[in-house]
Ligand binder design. Structure first.
Ligand SMILES: [Zn+2]
Length: 238
């Protein structure tokens, strides 16, 4: 099994059953704090400017320059995206930061890790405008879009990732996928599906896999193996 999006606070234990983790980027300070965790060969680090942790508009060019420098050696650019929640940055800063990160990832030929809340159409539009190559692709972490938008993301080359936020009660140990998300889940091609723990703790991954297994009537070992293969393919890991 492979955790496609985990906010690690320490290196995972040596005997953890997960074979790999993608550690998303947030901002300069948090990306710097993440760097030592990626000395573990199972941990693969991305760098980015998350919509919740953006600088003021006049400080954005410098933050983007710094991001370009720290992108060397990262497996992906992100988290980036657009978010309607009040805790996210001002819409103009979000839009500028997102477009610049899409362009940076396109330039580097590097996959994107997207954080999208309520702005799926707008994000897809930016990808089209920038001409982000579908063969590079990326992932939408904690995918919460409608069943209808799944096909658009897949056509753009993006894998879709299921997190504990998709559960009826995301704090409960026994994960049950929310009924309104099952139709969405069923539309994701199995070779484009990822699983993740986000900030809920790395020991939740088997719960996510079990929930997906029950929702799709797909055996647990197959969910674990296929989603791990998908992550390794997307992030070009051996
Ligand atoms: Zn995250």
């Amino acid at each position: 099994m492979f955790d496609a999006h985990a906010h690690l606070s320490a290196q995972p234990p040596a005997d953890h059953p997960c074979s790999g983790w993608i550690l998303p980027g947030l901002d300069a300070a948090q990306d710097a704090a993440n760097a030592p965790l990626a000395s573990d060969p199972r941990v693969h680090r991305a760098v980015g400017l998350h919509p919740w942790f953006l600088p003021a508009l006049d400080a954005l060019p410098a933050a983007l320059d710094a991001l370009e420098i720290r992108a060397a050696g990262a497996v992906a650019i992100g988290e980036t995206g657009l978010d309607t929640l009040s805790r996210a940055g001002p819409p103009d800063v979000q839009a500028a930061a997102f477009r610049a990160q899409v362009a940076l990832a396109a330039h580097r030929g590097c996959p994107l890790i997207l954080h999208v809340v309520g702005r799926h159409g707008a994000c897809l539009e930016v990808l089209r405008e920038v001409g982000f190559p579908e063969e590079v692709g990326g992932m939408v972490h904690d995918f919460g879009g409608s069943a209808e938008v799944v096909a658009e993301w897949i056509a753009a080359g993006f894998m879709l990732s299921i997190s504990p936020r998709s559960f009826v009660d995301r704090d409960a140990a026994a994960g049950v996928i929310r009924p309104d998300r099952i139709a969405m889940l069923a539309r994701i091609p199995r070779d484009m599906l990822l699983v993740e723990t986000d900030e809920f703790g790395i020991d939740r991954l088997p719960v996510v896999i079990d929930a997906v297994s029950r929702a799709l009537d797909w055996p647990v070992p197959d969910v674990a193996a296929q989603t791990a293969r998908n992550a390794r393919r997307l992030f070009r890991l051996v």
